[in-house]
Design a protein around this ligand. Structure first.
Ligand SMILES: Nc1ncnc2c1ncn2[C@@H]1O[C@H](COP(=O)(O)OP(=O)(O)OP(=O)(O)O)[C@@H](O)[C@H]1O
Length: 236
C-alpha cells in the first residue's frame, strides 16, 4: 500500500489535442489518492480526449502531467503497458472478447501483464469477481450475461492489477437506470477501499445525489468545482 500523500494524478498547464486541434487549453488539476471526481461537459467538449491523454492513447503535446508516477511528457511507447497496469480503464461499450469466457477474458489480461503462477492467477480472478459481485459466471460467455453483468466483468478486469486510479468514460451510459445505480455503487465501494476514480458522465441524477468534486469541460477550458462555480443544470 502507498502511504505517501502525493496526488495520484497531476496536470499542469496542459493543452489537450485531437491531432493538430486543441480541445482543452490551460488545463490544471490534480486528483488525490482516494478521491472520487466527476468529469462532465457537453458532447464534444473534450472529456474523452482528456481521459485518452491520461492513459497515453493521445500524446501530451504541451504542458506537464504525471499519473501513477509516470510523466506523460517523457513516457516512452515501451512504458505505456506498464502505465496502464496501474490505471484501470473502463468504457461505456464493454469491449470484452466475445468469443472467450469470463475466466478467459480475465486470464488474458493477467497473462499479458506478466502473471505466471497458476495459483496466484486463480486467487486474483476469484478476488476481483467477488469484489464485483459475480461469482457464478466464470465459465459464461459475454453474450450469456446482462449488460450490467458484462460491465461488472469489465470493472473486474480493470481491477486485476490493483490500480491506483480508475478512469471511467460513461461507464453507466448504456445501462437501465436501476442497473446503472448498482454499477455506480460498485464504483463507490471500490473508491472506499482506496482507489481514486475519475468518471466522465452525462448522468444528472448522479451529480445531484452525490456531491463529489466536479471537473467540467466548457468552452475549451476545464473548470474545477473546488475553484469555480460549476453549474450542472440541464445542459451538459
Ligand atoms: N479521433 C478523433 N479525431 C479527430 N477529432 C476528434 C476525434 N475524437 C474526437 N474528436 C473531436 O475532439 C473534440 C472533443 O471530443 P471528445 O470525444 O473528447 O468529447 P466528449 O466530451 O468526450 O464527448 P461525448 O460526451 O460525446 O463523449 C470534438 O470536437 C470531437 O469532434
Amino acid at each position: 500500500m502507498d502511504f505517501s500523500t502525493k496526488p495520484v494524478l497531476q496536470v499542469i498547464q496542459a493543452t489537450i489535442f485531437q491531432g493538430e486541434t486543441p480541445v482543452l487549453s490551460d488545463v490544471n488539476f490534480s486528483v488525490e489518492q482516494h478521491e472520487f471526481v466527476f468529469l462532465i461537459g457537453r458532447t464534444g467538449s473534450g472529456k474523452s480526449s482528456l481521459l485518452k491523454t491520461l492513459y497515453a492513447d493521445l500524446k501530451l503535446q504541451s504542458g506537464l502531467a504525471e499519473i501513477v508516477g509516470y510523466s506523460l511528457t517523457k513516457i516512452k511507447n515501451s512504458e505505456v503497458p506498464f502505465l496502464r497496469r496501474k490505471i484501470g480503464i473502463i468504457f461505456q461499450d464493454f469491449q470484452l472478447f466475445s468469443d472467450r469466457t469470463v475466466w478467459e477474458n480475465l486470464l488474458f489480461v493477467l497473462k499479458a501483464t506478466g502473471w505466471t503462477d497458476p495459483v496466484k492467477i486463480k486467487e486474483r480472478i476469484s478476488e476481483v469477481l467477488i469484489q464485483v459481485g459475480l461469482t457464478d459466471s466464470l465459465q459464461k460467455m459475454p453474450h450469456q450475461l446482462s449488460g450490467g453483468e458484462q460491465q461488472r466483468v469489465v470493472i473486474a478486469r480493470a481491477l486485476l492489477n490493483k490500480p491506483s486510479i480508475l478512469l471511467a468514460d460513461e461507464p453507466t451510459g448504456n445501462l437501465d437506470p436501476d442497473v446503472a445505480d448498482g454499477i455506480f455503487k460498485l464504483f463507490q465501494d471500490i473508491n472506499k477501499k482506496g482507489t481514486a476514480i475519475l468518471m466522465a458522465t452525462h448522468n444528472h441524477e448522479l451529480l445531484r445525489k452525490f456531491p463529489y468534486r466536479v471537473l467540467k469541460c466548457e468552452k475549451g477550458r476545464l473548470l474545477d468545482s473546488q475553484l469555480h462555480d460549476v453549474s450542472f443544470g440541464s445542459s451538459f
